[in-house]
Design a protein around this ligand. Structure first.
Ligand SMILES: NC(=O)c1ccc[n+]([C@@H]2O[C@H](COP(=O)([O-])OP(=O)(O)OC[C@H]3O[C@@H](n4cnc5c(N)ncnc54)[C@H](OP(=O)(O)O)[C@@H]3O)[C@@H](O)[C@H]2O)c1
Length: 295
């Protein structure tokens, strides 16, 4: 029987991209693929291409073993439950236990860079999930996904509109990577034979400081942009004044603190190795998205 691969979170942005690359870039037969989502009704387009769809909701622990039945390779896409109450780690642990009970042979998981030494508030979710995967005894491939270039859409349009970008990241660097390059790399990893347990850290080709990103964004849009360097407390205060909901502020500030402390400055070639394609550089990404950035 053909080995089957299930992708959870198949209706999300990354899940959609992984499935597209599995089918189009890596020519995985539709019959070898299963798409899982909390709401399979959102997967009609994928189903129409011959891919089986299943309900896979990590909050519905009892249903997961059936959801993963007959699956050899399982990609667990990390969820977006960032309530600070341990929900996400509980969800991921439920998925790992169900995978083991269902007889999955290799687990794949979307983690974050450097979770064992990170200032990001939600790093323990990823570290705890990696530990659960390792303790399960199943073979594993972990993708430590770098920060999406698309994350810049949250801060840059407003910053470009005002000409000022408030940051406590100092001179710390990040090698952002386009979500689609991550999706392609993960699809490459899911398509390739794997004998060993492995951790890939997926980054863009160059790490930039906030000042450098501001200069590239300014160049892409023709709008002036200067970085206003703050400390963490000043940044948190400014966010509160701007109306950012209080529960989100520590997480947003932790992104800058983590960058400032050099904990996400790594650049690897893992994305290109897995996908066979060089990931997009930030300059071209910002130029291609100048209309979105300009608001
Ligand atoms: N590296 C970065 O910069 C970055 C940025 C944002 C997010 N992330 C992480 O990467 C993940 C994928 O990113 P994305 O861009 O695809 O985000 P997204 O479009 O917001 O997708 C959220 C994902 O969470 C899944 N999910 C939520 N609750 C679930 C549950 N109870 N059981 C199973 N799956 C559940 C959704 O699956 P269904 O709706 O199909 O069930 C969907 O795939 C995010 O969930 C987050 O953990 C990383």
């Amino acid at each position: 029987m053909t080995a089957r691969t299930l992708v959870t979170g198949a209706s999300g942005q990354l899940g959609t991209g992984v499935i597209e690359h599995l089918l189009s870039s890596f020519k995985m037969p539709a019959s070898a693929l299963v798409a899982g989502s909390r709401d399979p009704g959102k997967l009609k387009d994928i189903e129409a291409r011959g891919v089986e769809t299943r309900k896979a909701d990590f909050d519905d622990e009892n249903s997961l073993e059936a959801a993963f039945k007959g699956i050899d390779r399982l990609l667990i896409i990390s969820t977006d439950a960032l309530d600070g109450a341990g929900t996400r780690l509980r969800q991921h642990k439920a998925a790992v236990s169900a995978a083991k009970a269902a007889g999955v042979t290799r687990l794949f998981y979307t983690s974050m860079p450097n979770p064992e030494d990170s200032l990001i508030t939600f790093a323990p979710d990823h570290l705890g999930t990696e530990e659960a995967i390792k303790s399960s005894g199943l073979d594993y491939t972990i993708f430590r996904n770098g920060w999406y270039m698309e994350n810049l859409f949250m801060a840059l349009p407003q910053a470009l509109a005002s000409g000022q970008w408030y940051s406590s990241a100092g001179n710390g660097k990040i090698a952002h990577i386009a979500r689609d390059d991550i999706a392609r790399a993960i699809a490459g990893g899911l398509s390739a034979p794997a004998a060993e347990n492995v951790i890939h850290t997926l980054t863009g080709p160059v790490a930039h400081t906030t000042e450098e990103i501001a200069a590239l964004a300014s160049n892409a849009t023709g709008k002036p942009l200067s970085v206003v360097h703050l400390d963490d407390a000043q940044l948190a205060g400014g966010m509160a004044e701007a109306g950012v909901p209080a529960p989100f502020i520590p997480t947003f500030v932790s992104f800058d603190a983590n960058t400032r402390e050099g904990k996400i400055s790594m650049v690897t070639g893992d994305a290109a190795t897995l996908s066979g394609v060089e990931p997009t550089g930030l300059e071209s990404f910002l130029k291609a998205n100048s209309a979105v950035l300009s608001g």
